[in-house]
Write a protein that binds this ligand. Structure first.
Ligand code: FE2
Length: 321
């Protein structure tokens, strides 16, 4: 596979890192200043579809910058240029449909940090690609940091080889409590009726079973969702045999509304979770959003989050198989 392409110019952005010899993100600019219009971009993407997809896998993140991408309609055309199938979001984040394949990203309060995660990591079918578009860049903060997942596994194995192997062989069990009704003041505020798309308990149970989850109804009308066993790490095809930290232990362990332990009930040591959190932060990559940026993440290889932000901020998302 050729690593350069005549239709794009490789650039740099503030905050990028070189990880195992690869720039993250790989920044692609228009080849010529007069090729920054949407039509030229769509043509370049269609012409180089296979190459582009290889770059997402090779570099784990690709940032299109300097193109004239104005709104959800333009962004949708970019997403559709590749022909990847859509995958519908399932999860606790409040999101709104914007246009065709385009949704708002998590609409939880901008003041909150959305912790690093692989999109839909606990669901049996998760997107391979998460594509984000910046329509309105935040004046301050509001980055979408991302983290090479395999680096987390590497470093956790260096520091806690036994704990990692124990968690990996036993598997993990998570719980998460969904409220009875939507709480729009929270980033995990979808009530179960909205989250599962039904107000019928039996139907909710059936749908959750299909997604690999069990439900335990609570006296206050909320429901505890129990998931597991789930893997700690995963190896995906075409990604150099890298062991991805494909779990959400740090995000869910020991929280008010969620928990994580080993599948046989063994607790995960607090110091392991704490240190993992530090390593994830240490390995994170962040760039400053610019208007019109389109970021492609290999959801199998990177975790992503959202830093607290000053308003306004408008980042839209599409997820693909
Ligand atoms: Fe996300």
């Amino acid at each position: 596979m050729e690593y350069s392409c005549k239709d794009f110019k490789v650039g740099k952005c503030e905050g990028e890192k070189v990880v195992d010899g690869e720039s993250m993100p790989l920044v692609l600019h228009p080849q010529e200043p007069n090729k920054s219009d949407l039509e030229s971009l769509l043509l370049a993407l269609k012409t180089n579809k296979d190459w582009f997809e290889q770059m997402i896998i090779k570099n784990s993140a690709v940032l299109l910058r300097g193109f004239d991408v104005k709104n959800a309609q333009d962004f949708n055309e970019i997403v559709e240029a590749f022909g990847w199938d859509d995958i519908r979001y399932v999860g606790p984040a409040p999101r709104t449909h914007v246009y065709k394949r385009v949704w708002t990203a998590n609409e939880g309060p901008l003041s909150e940090f959305i912790y690093y995660h692989h999109e839909m990591v606990l669901i049996s079918e998760y997107p391979k690609k998460v594509i984000l578009f910046c329509e309105v860049p935040p004046p301050e903060g509001g980055q979408t940091p991302f983290v090479p997942s395999f680096k987390i596994t590497e470093r956790m194995l260096e520091e806690f080889p036994e704990a990692v192997e124990e968690m990996d062989s036993k598997g993990l069990k998570y719980s998460f409590t969904a409220l009875s009704k939507n709480d729009t003041a929270s980033m995990r505020g979808r009530g179960w009726e909205d989250a599962f798309g039904t107000s019928d308990r039996a139907e909710a149970e059936k749908r959750c079973k299909a997604l690999g989850m069990d439900l335990e109804w609570q006296p206050d009308g909320s429901v505890k969702t129990v998931l597991g066993p789930r893997a700690l790490t995963k190896v995906f095809d075409g990604r150099k045999g890298r062991r991805m930290w494909f779990n959400t232990v740090v995000g869910m362990h020991g929280k008010e509304i969620s928990s994580a332990c080993m599948a046989d009930g063994t607790e995960i040591p607090e110091n392991v979770v704490k240190r993992c959190e530090e390593i994830i932060e240490d390995e994170s990559i962040q760039f400053k959003w610019e208007k019109g940026d389109v970021l492609f993440l290999d959801n199998l290889a990177v975790l992503h989050g959202r830093r607290p932000s000053m308003p306004p901020r408008k980042v839209l998302v599409a997820t693909c198989k």
